[in-house]
Ligand binder design. Structure first.
Ligand code: DX5
Ligand code: ZN
Length: 216
């Protein structure tokens, strides 16, 4: 099975967003990765609902929305309305994670749970069969262009094991510092989806870079 590629628009040129969205539409990418930051859960603010709505109008692939915000339950409905297809929340930001997952599913979206680099995979033991995707952070969330944390490979292997033990059907997506080298090792470890921001949008030929990642 080929790896799913989700280019992160955080690294796109926002003065020419339409051009970058069309590039992704015409590429081998599978999803659009949208990073929503509130300046509280992470030390940065990105963009919000009005931008997601505009992106939805021209994006021809599912929106993979990564919420780096506290108490995300409050915004599940709003992100559905804005066009999210996959909604991922942080384990560290949810007091009642199971309820949040139910909320996401009740709005007809796929539900993902993201783990910060310090959070062990084992916290997902009781919820792994209820979710569609796990997003492992391979950098500390908040910024693009950071370097990859090597411990992520071991986390992917532990997650593969947990999924097997629980007989769950979950996409393993990795976010942060993904390039051809880290991407290859991640796929070998068992990842099925890769987010890439800087590596795609700062390259000379983003379309070709997406295809290189796709065909690792
Ligand atoms: C970081 C975001 C990432 C970011 C990845 O908080 O969740 O999606 O855009 O950027 P790169 O690929 O540049 O590390
Ligand atoms: Zn992200």
């Amino acid at each position: 099975m080929q790896t799913l590629i989700s280019p992160s628009l955080l690294a796109a040129d926002f003065t020419n967003l339409k051009t970058d969205i069309e590039m992704v539409n015409n590429s081998q990418a599978d999803w659009f990765h949208l990073d929503i930051m509130d300046g509280v859960f992470v030390p940065n603010i990105s963009y919000g609902l009005p931008i997601v709505e505009q992106i939805k109008k021209i994006a021809e692939k599912p929106l993979d929305v990564h919420l780096m915000i506290i108490d995300p339950d409050r915004y599940v409905e709003a992100f559905k309305k804005a066009g999210a297809d996959i909604l991922t929340v942080h384990y560290e930001a949810c007091t009642h994670l199971h309820r949040t997952i139910q909320n996401i599913h009740s709005h007809g979206m796929k539900a993902g749970v993201s783990l910060n680099p310090h959070t062990p995979v084992s916290v997902l033991e009781e919820i792994i069969t209820d979710i569609d995707l796990v997003l492992l952070m391979s950098v500390n969330p908040g910024f693009g262009g950071q370097s990859f944390i090597e411990n992520t490979y071991a986390k992917v292997e532990k997650l593969v094991q947990l999924i097997k033990e629980k007989n769950a059907s979950v996409t393993i997506e990795i976010d942060g510092g993904v390039n051809l080298e880290t991407g290859k090792k991640l796929v070998e470890a068992g990842a099925n989806a890769l987010v890439a921001g800087s590596f795609v949008f700062r390259s000379d030929d983003p379309n070709q870079t997406i295809s290189d990642l796709k065909n690792l």
